[in-house]
Design a protein around this ligand. Structure first.
Ligand code: ADP
Ligand code: ZN
Ligand code: ZN
Length: 722
């Protein structure tokens, strides 16, 4: 037999099949050690076949089989992904293995156990042996290390030698979140939930979009679908934006499915990751739960794939290959002939458009469980607060509500929008935002050069001393920090117990989890945080949500600002009033007339969508166009610039030949000039439609200019353009 092997070296020169003579035990999907050049390398067996395309007598022989890491589905998927994202197959295959395992840094953990074999006479002077045997008779099997500590190594050895005890090695599985004990009842589905489950199973499309308002009981629908897959003898993949942010979800899954659920995420130790992965690979565990990378989980015979909070930005990979999780999930669903269920209270406009056009099935849950009302959103006009001389980050309305909430013994979440630290400029008096003259997107302040830049066309503008709309000098550049908010809160409500959650306070494994757990256990009255508090938490004690700066994300220099703002407000608001009591939300803004805010306050997703989609159509932005950024970086500025020029001229040929396909084409320095010591340049393109016709050629031309020290990569519809 001949094995077609991809060698695990991520270099385009070796990105091809090498043939080796197979040895006993090699399968398709095996990881193998092969002779390569003057040494040896790891490789993946893509295919086994009779005969060879080369001179069979010259083939080298596989040295040994490492394991059988990859399933048939992995191999098929890897080829598809490599082709789609023009990425070396070796690099793509790596996605399917925990990195620590690939580097040989994680292995099975074993311990030796000692068992009682038989009783019997021991010499009187062998006191330790007699004691150990007596102990073992009561406590067999025992951990050998512990037994030795108690009775001495010699005694244990002697017992084994005399046949009174036996030793053997046993596999230890390390398992994360063991302390997450579950107490989640299996609920009777409401008629709306039943209908949704039925619709998922019967609809013809592979992808089903579940658009359900916050608190409509989507989780219960997912769990039912997973249970159904399991009872059909299949497995399931459950993807969430960030697993450490969803302790309730974890405990629910653990309670419902026990050890059948395995958790994959970056916060685990190498050993835990390895063991959870192995449990899935062997089929011991059947449900893979995790963030983005869990889409590559080694489960076979998948019965359903769930992608929760499908609008979330974390589903896009930030390293090569820059895949979109939903795209991979869809490939897997098609491969397995199962459904991909994408759920959200605020679907991305791309997905909702596909659902409206019939490419995806559409299931709507317009009401919360038990017809519980959605929380009322009160708008606080911060311009008036400024005029009244209120310098604090809280409006009068919010202060009153916090006091009332504290008095009632309920919990409050205060949300600060601080993503994207480079800020745009907003007038604190009239609410105007400074925009690019050509692109109608907000400009971003660059402190290094002390200027304002447009991230879509590269134009730079001088800094402003006053608002171009009203002349006020009260321009603001940065939002208020969480720390300051906590300080002000302490001054106002000295007895309130406050928790802060942001990147500074959540370091370390399970950092988020700990804070959320404390809040869930009612150890605090107020939780102050950034984006992390907006995710799908279900805290029954929360009846008030304050959104301190609703506008900040409207001003991000991004065509998706409006969409993101709508999503954020809806998601954060959705944390309020989820149990018995009616919830309330105070939304603070300098721009109360803004249409995005008006739709959000009414929970009018459809209105928002209709408006947003016509705007995208009119301005030719995604999903009616595709933005492509070709990044070129190098440690030397000159080297990066030279490479950029080459890339640019190669792409320009394409542009000149097919100008009608382009909406924008130019080269420029990247808005952030240098990251991690590498200078950054880019070619920005905006293509008509989905750009399918040109994308392969763009990838090929751009990637051809990779060289020693120069990185070139292509991003499609990048999440940010900094
Ligand atoms: P979503 O994910 O849509 O925001 P959840 O799944 O968190 O909503 O459900 C909201 C609340 O309703 C949760 O507290 C959940 O326990 C409860 N719930 C869900 N389904 C049912 C049901 N069938 N009967 C009673 N309560 C339910
Ligand atoms: Zn102004
Ligand atoms: Zn511009």
């Amino acid at each position: 037999m001949t094995a077609e092997v991809i060698v695990d070296i991520a270099h385009s020169d070796v990105d091809k099949i090498f043939e080796y003579r197979a040895i006993e035990g090699v399968r398709e999907g095996s990881r193998v050690r092969v002779p390569f050049g003057n040494s040896a390398a790891d490789g993946y067996v893509m295919r086994l076949k009779e005969g060879s395309d080369f001179d069979a007598s010259k083939l080298k022989t596989i040295e040994r089989v490492v394991d059988h890491a990859l399933t048939a589905e992995c191999l098929a998927l890897a080829k598809q992904i490599a082709a789609r994202y023009r990425c070396p197959l070796a690099l793509t295959l790596r996605l399917f293995l925990p990195a620590e395992m690939r580097r040989g840094k994680a292995r099975e953990l074993y311990k030796t156990v000692v068992t009682f074999a038989k009783g019997g006479e021991l010499p009187a002077r062998a006191k330790a042996q007699r004691a150990a045997l007596a102990y073992l008779q009561e406590h067999s099997p025992c951990d050998r290390a512990q037994l030795c500590k108690q009775f001495g190594l010699q005694a244990v050895k002697a017992l084994v030698a005399r046949g009174f005890a036996a030793e053997h090695r046993e596999r230890v599985t390390r398992s994360p979140y063991e302390e997450v004990e579950g107490a989640a009842p299996v609920r009777t589905l409401t008629p709306a939930q039943q209908n949704a489950v039925r619709a998922v199973c019967t609809a013809p499309q592979t992808v089903q979009l579940l658009h359900g308002v916050t608190g409509s009981g989507k989780t219960e629908i997912y769990l039912t679908l997973i249970a159904a897959a399991l009872s059909a003898g299949k497995s399931a993949v459950f993807l969430v934006p960030e697993i450490s942010l969803t302790p309730q979800m974890l405990s629910q899954l653990r309670a419902r499915f026990g050890r059948q659920a395995a958790i994959l995420h970056s916060g685990l130790s190498a050993g835990e990751k390895f063991d959870e992965w192995q449990r899935l690979r062997t089929g011991e565990a059947k449900i893979a739960i995790g963030a983005r990378s869990a889409v590559f989980a080694p489960v076979e015979n998948v019965g359903v794939i769930i992608l929760d909070e499908e609008h979330d930005g974390s589903y896009k990979s930030e390293t090569n290959p820059r895949y979109e999780t939903a795209q991979i999930a869809r490939m897997r669903a098609e491969y397995n002939g199962c459904k991909l269920v994408m759920g959200s209270a605020t679907p991305s406009v791309e997905s909702y458009l596909k659902a409206k056009e019939g490419e995806f099935g559409l299931i709507e849950l317009p009401e919360r469980i038990n017809r519980r009302p959605l929380p009322e959103i009160v708008v606080a006009d911060m311009r008036r607060e400024v005029r009244r001389g209120n310098p604090s980050p809280f409006s009068a309305a919010l202060r009153e509500e916090i006091a009332a909430c504290l008095a009632a013994g309920k919990q409050t979440i205060l949300f600060l929008n601080r993503r994207g630290f480079a800020q745009s400029v907003v007038c604190r008096e009239c609410g105007a935002v400074v925009k690019c003259a050509q692109c109608d997107v907000a400009l971003t302040y660059h402190s290094e050069e002390h200027c304002l830049k447009c991230h879509y066309c590269g134009a730079a503008y001088r800094m402003l001393a006053a608002c171009p709309a009203c002349g006020s000098v009260h321009l603001s550049y940065t939002g208020t920090g969480t720390q300051r908010v906590v300080g002000e809160l302490k001054k106002l409500y000295s007895s309130a117990r406050i928790l802060r959650m942001d990147v500074d306070t959540t370091a370390g494994k399970e950092g988020h989890y700990k804070i959320l757990k404390r809040f869930a256990d009612r150890e605090a009255d107020i939780l102050v945080g950034t984006q992390m508090v907006a995710k799908g938490h279900d805290f029954p004690g929360v009846t008030l949500v304050g959104i301190l700066d609703a506008d900040m994300s409207l001003h991000f220099s991004d065509y998706r600002s409006g969409e993101r703002t709508f999503q954020l407000i809806t998601q954060v608001a959705g944390r309020s009033g989820r149990a018995g009591e009616q919830g309330k939300v105070v939304l603070q803004t300098y721009d109360p007339e803004n249409y995005i805010l008006r739709f959000a306050v009414q929970y009018d997703y459809k209105g928002f969508f209709a408006h947003e989609i016509s705007l995208r159509r009119a301005t030719a932005f995604p999903p009616f166009a595709r933005i492509v950024r070709v990044m070129v970086t190098a440690e030397e500025d000159k080297k990066a610039l030279e490479a950029l020029k080459e890339v640019y001229f190669s792409l320009k040929e394409l542009y000149d030949a097919q100008r009608e396909e382009f909406l924008f084409f130019n080269k420029m320095r990247s808005p952030v000039r240098r990251i991690q010591n590498r200078f950054r340049y880019q070619v920005l393109l905006r293509l008509k439609g989905q750009g399918e016709k040109l994308l392969p050629e763009i990838y090929a031309r751009a990637l051809a200019f990779r060289s020693r020290g120069v990185l070139v990569y292509v991003e499609e519809d990048p999440a940010n353009l900094s």
